[in-house]
Write a protein that binds this ligand. Structure first.
Ligand code: CA
Length: 293
């Protein structure tokens, strides 16, 4: 097993990434991660406006995956996620969907005990997930920005048991991840989730086909994840690709696939608050038995 310590992290998914470890298809890798704020917030007096933004969104890695050549697909199965005992939620004026209503920066520290996150008197079921996970991209892209390479997709389906597929842009893929959340709802409306440090165990593999955007697989469905500054453009691209996938998988015309999509393909929102917003379409395996890009 390969263990990548949290001190080995990056802030950008670019063309010149340098590996800190190497893995082969079938290998198991453990990534130890800092929280998305770089561990800088320790109490409710520490607000987001006081922190060093050059240390935000650290992603542990990258790991060079042998055989993950440019044009192929990196397959990452999430085997386990462990989070620490304290999580942080932040918001500030201008942040998130209702930022204009926020008068001053706020921080809330949440205890994580057993299978719950404690928010004041409220007990929220723990659902750990990975906010930032991605591979080297052709353009230098901060870890806080999602794109075709993955990155800050803040998608709560990227959790224990799911598999994430990434297009490979550089030989070796250069997988890095971080920004764990103890729990996050779709949208991530206040700009942060319950941000937490922890560790993630994954198994890596390589597939021969070529993808345009990352895909998440769970037991019943495939989800295509598209990010764009403009939400409607993200939706249009995701729907368009989804219709093509339904057309091919079911051997039907484009018009038929478009109509079928209206019946079985859900359009969902992952997050609305990062530099590019992330949407996803859900393709049930009944209508897309195999990932066929
Ligand atoms: Ca995030």
């Amino acid at each position: 097993m390969i263990v990548v310590p949290r001190e080995k992290h990056v802030y950008s998914f670019g063309p010149n990434m340098k590996e800190v470890a190497r893995a082969k298809p079938g290998d198991i890798i453990v990534f130890e991660t800092l929280d998305a704020l770089g561990g800088q917030i320790k109490s409710e007096e520490d607000t987001i406006e006081k922190i060093d933004f050059s240390r935000v969104n650290p992603a542990t890695g990258p790991v060079y995956i042998e055989g993950a050549e440019k044009g192929k697909t990196l397959v990452v199965k999430i085997l386990d996620i462990e989070v620490e005992k304290k999580g942080v939620i932040v918001t500030a004026p201008g942040a998130g969907v209702l930022g204009s209503k926020v008068k001053e920066p706020k921080t809330r520290i949440c205890e994580i005990k057993g299978n719950f996150v404690y928010f004041g008197n409220l007990r929220i079921p723990l659902k750990p997930m990975i906010g930032v996970i991605g591979v080297a991209y052709e353009e230098e892209t901060p870890t806080g920005t999602p794109g075709p390479h993955g990155g800050n997709m803040d998608t709560n389906l990227i959790t224990i048991g799911s598999t994430v597929y990434f297009p490979v842009f550089k030989d070796g893929a250069y997988l890095a991840l971080g920004d764990l959340h103890a729990v996050m709802a779709d949208g991530e409306v206040c700009v942060s989730a319950c941000e937490v440090a922890g560790k993630v165990m994954v198994k890596v593999d390589v597939a021969e086909y070529k993808l345009k955007w990352p895909v998440v697989e769970d037991r019943d469905s495939y989800y295509l994840l598209v990010s764009n500054e403009n939400l409607e453009k993200a939706i249009e691209e995701a729907v368009s690709l989804g219709v093509e996938m339904l057309k091919k998988a079911n051997n039907i015309t484009w018009d038929e696939a478009y109509m079928l999509a209206s019946l079985v393909m859900d359009v969902q929102i992952s997050q609305l608050v990062d530099p590019r917003k992330t949407v996803r379409i859900r393709l049930p395996k009944q209508y897309l038995p195999q990932l066929q890009p």
